[in-house]
Design a protein around this ligand. Structure first.
Ligand code: ADP
Ligand code: ZN
Length: 735
C-alpha cells in the first residue's frame, strides 16, 4: 500500500509554519497553488496548498482531512509559490499571511477565480421551431428566438443579451416554458484588452540614452540595472524602448511605481507610445476590478501591468522584464503587516525568472549605488537633461537676513513675482499640511497635544479643527487655552497658512494647494495635476506628493519653504532623504526650454549639507554619505532588522523585547550588535506604548540565521500575548 499524499497547506494565521492535511474523500491529491477549505481548530479556513509530501510529523491518524477544494486548476503557479516562499523566508513572516497578501481579496475570501455568468442558449426544440409561424402570433418571442439562435450553440450571456434587447426577459418566459431555450451558468470568456490608440513614435534618443538601451539589449537573462539619470534625462524613453522589445517578443512587462494616483501621466504615456492598454493595479481599485486585472495578468492577456508595491506579486506567466520606477521612493516599502520592499522583491523575482530588472531614479538609494560599486548592479548613467533642457540652478535664501512672514521671505516673494510676470509657473514645496503644526497659548505656553500619541496637534484652519497626523484624532479648534483661558495662537507654517499668505500677497494670481487634504475626493488628484500641467494655476503649493515625477511644462521656479528639520534628523538616513526630496522637487523646474531656478529658505546656510548639495548635487551628497556610513557601520555596509512591539502598558512592550534579547544571547551571536530595547522615538501612538530592538549585523547570513530561530521562539513566547509585535528586515525607518 502506498502512503497517502500529505498536503502542506498555508493558512492565514500568524504562525510560521505549514499545516498538514489529507485530501478530501475521493480526491487523490491536490496540486500546489490550489485553494482548499480546511478544518482549523473548531472553525473552517481557506488555505493554499504549498506542496505535497508523503510524510508528516504527525501520526497518520491525527492528520485531518481537507473539506473541499475550491478550484479546477491552481490559482497560483509554481513560480508564484516560489516568490511567496522566498518572501516568507526573507522577511521572516508567516507564510499564510504572505499568501494572503499575494492574493486579491475576493480570492482570499474563497470567491471563484473566474466569474460565472448566466447564459441562455437555444435548445433542440428551439432550433427546429418555425420562427415565421411564431412571429405571426408572438413577434417579440420570435425576435428573441432569432437572436439567441444567432448566438450559436454556446448561447449568449444575459448581459450582452440585455444590450441587444433590453426587454428580453418578458419574451423569454414563454420560450423557457416551451423548452425552446435553456438557461445555465458558465464561466465568462476572458476578453483581450482593447486599446483605441495606435502606438506613436517618440523622440530620437540621444547618445546617453542609446548607450543605456544598447547595454540593456546586450543582456539576456537576469541582471539588475540601475538607470541613474537626472530628472528629465529621459529615463522613461529608455524604459519604453526595452519594453517595446519585450512586448514584440510577446512577453509581459511589470512596471512598479510608488503611487499610481500621482502618475496618471506615466500611464497615459505608456498607452500612447505603446498602443497597449496598461492594466493598472493600485489600492483604490474595487475588489472586482482588482480580481479582473489580476486574472488578466495571470492569463497573460494583460501584457503590460503597472502597479504599486503589492503588484510585485501579480502572476505573470510570460514575464520578460520588470521596471521599478523611482526606486528610492519610500512608498515601495510596505511599513505594516508584511513589511517588504517591492524593489528588493522585484530583483528576487527577476532572478527566479531569469529576466532583466531596471531600477530607475534621479536620486538612487545608497544601497543601490553601493550595489553598483560592488558589481552586483550595472549602472547606466544619463547625466544630462534630454532635449536641450538645462539643469535647474539652486540657491539658498538665508532666513537670518531675510526674515520670513508666514513662511514667505521677501527674496522668495520677489522671485515669485518675477517668474509669473515672465509667464512662468511657481511651485512652493512645504512638507507639512494643515495651517500650523503647533497651537500654543500666548500666556502660559501650553501646547495642544494628542491624548493618544506623544505628538502635537496640527491646526487646520479651513475646517477649524485640531488634528493628530499620527492617529487621525480630530477635535474642534479651541478659542482659548484649556489651562488658563488666555488666547491661543498657531505657531509655524503648514500648506494652508502659506496658501492664505500667498492669496493676500498676490490677489491677482491663481494659487492652488495640492496636498492630501485638498485631494480627498476620488479623481481630485488627477484633476489637480491636470490643471497644474495645463498652467491653470500660477502658484502651486504642495507637499511631498507634488514633488514626484510630474512634468509641468510652464514651471520655472521652485521654492523650498522649510527644509531645516531634515538637517538635524536623528535617523542615519535623514541626509539622504533630504537630498532626495529637494532634488526631486527641484527636478520639476525648467523641464522645457526655459531654465529653472530653485530657491531654498534656510536658517542654517552654512550647514555642510547645503554646501555639498549646491556644489556637487545629489551625487556628492551620496558619495560623502556612503563614506560616512562605511565609517559608522550603517547600511549598506551592515544589515539591520528591527523588532517592534506595542502594548497598552509600557512594561509589557519592553518585557517582550527583553525576552527577545535573552533569546538572541542564547544564540551567541558574535557578528551581531543588539541595540535596545528602548522606547520608540514616538513612545506612544494611538494609545499604545511602543518599544523597539535593533539588530545589526556585518553580514546578511548571520542575521538571517538568527531571525529564523528567533521568529518561532517569539511566536511561542508567553510575553508575546500581551503585545503586538513584528520583525522588520531591512527597515527604512528607525522609529
Ligand atoms: P525622466 O523619466 O528621466 O524624468 P522623461 O523620459 O520623462 O525623463 O523625459 C523628460 C522630457 O524629455 C519628456 O518631455 C520627454 O519627452 C523628453 N525627452 C526624452 N528623451 C528625449 C530625447 N532624446 N529628445 C528629445 N526629448 C526627449
Ligand atoms: Zn494622535
Amino acid at each position: 500500500m502506498t502512503s497517502p499524499t500529505i498536503l502542506k497547506i498555508a493558512v492565514n494565521v500568524p504562525l510560521s509554519r505549514l499545516f498538514d492535511y489529507l485530501p478530501p474523500d475521493g480526491i487523490a491529491a491536490i496540486q500546489p497553488g490550489s485553494r482548499v477549505i480546511v478544518p482549523f481548530g473548531r472553525r473552517e479556513k481557506i488555505g493554499v496548498v504549498m506542496a505535497q509530501s508523503d510524510s508528516s510529523e504527525l501520526p497518520t491518524g491525527k492528520i485531518r482531512q481537507c473539506l473541499a477544494t475550491l478550484e479546477d486548476e491552481p490559482v497560483l503557479s509554481a513560480e508564484d509559490l516560489r516568490l511567496i516562499s522566498f518572501t516568507s523566508d526573507y522577511y521572516h513572516h508567516p507564510i499564510g499571511e504572505v499568501v494572503a497578501a499575494a492574493l486579491p481579496a475576493l480570492l482570499r475570501q474563497g470567491k471563484p477565480l473566474f466569474p460565472t455568468l448566466a447564459f441562455v442558449a437555444i435548445s433542440d426544440a428551439g432550433a427546429s421551431a418555425d420562427v415565421e409561424e411564431l412571429a405571426r402570433r408572438a413577434p417579440r418571442q420570435a425576435e428573441l428566438l432569432e437572436s439567441i439562435r444567432a448566438a450559436g450553440g454556446n448561447g449568449i450571456d444575459i448581459e450582452s443579451l440585455t444590450e441587444l434587447i433590453p426587454t428580453w426577459r418578458r419574451a423569454a418566459k414563454p420560450l423557457l416554458e416551451k423548452g425552446m431555450i435553456v438557461r445555465f451558468d458558465a464561466k465568462a470568456d476572458a476578453e483581450p484588452l482593447q486599446c483605441d490608440v495606435a502606438a506613436s513614435p517618440g523622440p530620437e534618443l540621444n547618445d546617453d540614452q542609446c548607450a543605456a538601451v544598447a547595454m540593456l539589449r546586450q543582456q539576456e537573462g537576469f541582471a539588475t540595472f540601475l538607470l541613474d539619470g537626472v530628472t528629465g534625462s529621459g529615463k522613461t524613453e529608455v524604459y519604453l524602448q526595452v519594453i517595446r522589445d519585450v512586448l514584440a517578443d510577446n512577453r509581459q512587462v511589470l512596471i512598479l511605481v510608488p503611487e499610481i494616483g500621482l502618475t496618471p501621466q506615466l500611464v497615459a504615456r505608456l498607452r500612447q507610445r505603446l498602443g497597449i492598454e496598461p492594466v493598472v493595479l493600485h489600492s483604490r481599485l474595487s475588489d472586482v476590478d482588482r480580481l479582473t486585472a489580476w486574472r488578466n495578468a495571470r492569463q497573460a492577456l494583460a501584457k503590460l501591468v503597472v502597479g504599486t508595491r503589492s503588484a510585485v506579486f501579480t502572476p505573470m506567466p510570460d514575464l520578460g522584464l520588470i521596471v521599478v520606477d523611482e526606486e528610492h521612493d519610500q512608498s515601495l516599502k510596505q511599513q505594516e503587516g508584511l513589511r517588504y520592499s517591492a524593489r528588493d522583491l522585484a530583483i528576487a523575482r527577476a532572478k527566479h525568472r531569469d529576466v532583466r530588472v531596471i531600477l530607475g531614479s534621479a536620486t538612487p538609494t545608497l544601497e543601490s549605488l553601493q550595489n553598483c560599486r560592488e558589481g552586483n548592479f550595472t549602472q547606466l548613467l544619463l547625466p544630462e537633461r534630454a532635449g536641450g533642457a538645462k539643469p535647474p540652478s539652486m540657491r539658498l535664501i538665508d532666513l537670518n537676513r531675510a526674515a520670513a512672514a508666514e513662511g514667505l521671505s521677501e527674496p522668495l516673494a520677489t522671485a515669485i513675482e518675477d517668474h509669473i510676470v515672465a509667464d512662468g509657473q511657481v511651485l512652493l514645496f512645504l512638507n507639512r499640511r494643515g495651517f500650523a503644526p503647533t497651537l500654543i497659548c500666548a500666556a502660559c505656553s501650553h501646547i495642544a497635544e494628542c491624548e493618544r500619541c506623544d505628538s502635537r496637534l496640527t491646526v487646520h484652519a479651513r475646517d477649524r479643527s485640531l488634528r493628530c497626523h499620527h492617529c487621525g484624532a480630530n477635535k474642534p479648534l479651541p478659542e482659548q487655552c484649556p489651562e488658563c483661558g488666555a488666547a491661543v495662537k498657531p505657531l509655524g507654517e503648514g500648506t494652508e497658512r502659506l496658501e492664505e499668505a500667498l492669496v493676500q500677497r498676490f490677489p491677482n494670481y491663481r494659487v492652488r494647494r495640492i496636498d492630501s487634504d485638498s485631494t480627498q475626493q476620488k479623481g481630485a488628484i488627477e484633476e489637480a495635476l491636470a490643471a497644474a500641467e495645463q498652467g491653470e494655476a500660477d502658484i502651486l503649493i504642495g507637499t511631498q506628493m507634488l514633488s514626484k515625477g510630474h512634468h509641468f511644462p510652464k514651471l520655472t521656479l521652485v521654492g523650498v519653504i522649510n527644509a531645516d528639520q531634515g538637517l538635524f534628523g536623528t535617523d542615519f538616513r535623514s541626509g539622504e532623504r533630504l537630498a532626495q526630496s529637494i532634488v526631486q522637487v527641484a527636478g520639476r523646474a525648467g523641464r522645457e526650454s526655459r531654465p529653472g531656478v530653485v530657491l531654498i529658505q534656510t536658517a542654517f546656510p552654512d550647514h555642510p549639507f547645503w554646501q555639498r548639495l549646491i556644489t556637487g548635487g545629489y551625487q556628492r551628497v551620496a558619495n560623502e554619505s556612503l563614506a560616512e556610513r562605511e565609517d559608522s557601520r550603517w547600511p549598506p555596509f551592515t544589515r539591520l532588522a528591527m523588532i517592534r512591539s506595542a502594548a497598552h502598558k509600557q512594561q509589557d512592550a519592553l518585557a517582550f523585547l527583553q525576552r527577545a534579547t535573552e533569546l538572541i544571547r542564547i544564540e551567541k551571536p558574535e557578528y551581531l550588535r543588539v541595540l535596545g530595547p528602548v522606547n520608540a522615538p514616538m513612545a506612544r501612538k494611538a494609545g499604545r506604548y511602543r518599544a523597539q530592538l535593533l539588530i545589526q549585523s556585518s553580514d546578511r547570513r548571520s542575521l538571517h540565521t538568527l531571525l529564523a530561530i528567533l521568529r518561532p521562539a517569539l511566536e511561542a513566547e508567553p510575553t508575546a500575548r500581551k503585545v503586538r509585535w513584528s520583525i522588520d528586515v531591512d527597515p527604512i525607518e528607525l522609529f
